[in-house]
Ligand binder design. Structure first.
Ligand SMILES: C[S@@+](CC[C@H](N)C(=O)[O-])C[C@H]1O[C@@H](n2cnc3c(N)ncnc32)[C@H](O)[C@@H]1O
Length: 229
């Protein structure tokens, strides 16, 4: 049983909050198995239900701060932390607010990263979560680009960043942006998963853009680890 399933995974979330999914789980498992969490100051950027930060707190982080723009999700994250019996400060606001509390030893993020185009949105069932939780702009990089460009400023010396996103959101671009700020950066975890409702709704468009081979309906999630040397 993975860390997330041992009591920190919320039993349910409201429709307007992102339900933790494979990306949440892969990020948690990668960060926890790295051994980088215990005793550290941790930030969870784009926290949603709070599951990632709660996992870090449950693993023994010294201090966890979560940042999230949706007031309903902030409420959920606070409630879920209380239910899990861990301390986590949850801040309402954009991920950039983390700069007020930096530096962090570890920064974790599962941001919105799915490439989107307006016309398909209404066909996506609400079980996928609210659009602001997954839509990452036309190339999926509306948050990924500024995040990769500035996360080094949030990290303490020897600090570590773990970032999860899809193969469709530009893995090499994330690596290059992170390396360009002086961090070492590599893909440290990969997982193939079947398309969920969002990518199923966008499959034909992704095929037209050549990001997706005709007929393929699985995506690879990746976790990037970036270290400040
Ligand atoms: C993919 S969900 C991930 C939620 C949670 N971390 C998880 O793994 O289950 C992304 C979250 O980012 C939030 N979000 C979107 N834009 C944001 C921003 N600029 N700053 C902070 N949070 C943001 C969304 O409301 C959503 O809850």
């Amino acid at each position: 049983m993975t860390t997330a399933r041992r009591g920190i995974w919320p039993a349910s979330v409201p429709e307007d909050v992102y339900p933790p999914q494979e990306d949440s789980q892969l990020l948690i498992d990668t960060a926890v198995s790295s051994g980088r969490i215990v005793g550290q100051r941790v930030a969870d950027l784009c926290a949603g239900s709070g599951v990632v930060g709660i996992a870090a707190a449950a693993e023994g982080a010294a201090d966890v701060r979560a940042f999230e723009i949706c007031p309903r999700a902030v409420h959920e994250a606070k409630t879920n932390a209380a239910v899990a019996g861990v301390d986590m400060n949850v801040h309402l606001g954009p991920w950039t607010r983390a700069a007020e509390f930096a530096p962090f030893d570890v920064v974790l993020s599962n941001p919105p990263y799915v490439p989107d185009f307006e016309d398909e949105r209404e066909r996506i069932p609400t079980l996928a979560g609210p659009p602001q939780s997954y839509n990452g702009g036309y190339d999926g990089r509306a948050i990924l680009d500024p995040l990769c460009l500035s996360v080094a400023d949030l990290l303490a010396p020897n600090g570590t960043f773990f970032l999860v996103h899809s193969e469709f959101s530009g893995v090499d671009r994330s690596l290059n942006l992170l390396r360009g700020t002086g961090l070492s950066a590599d893909v440290v975890a990969r997982q193939m998963i079947p398309f969920g409702p969002v990518l199923n709704a966008r499959a034909a468009w992704l095929e037209r853009t050549r990001l997706l081979e005709l007929g393929r309906r699985v995506e690879e999630l990746i976790v990037i680890r970036a270290d400040k040397l």
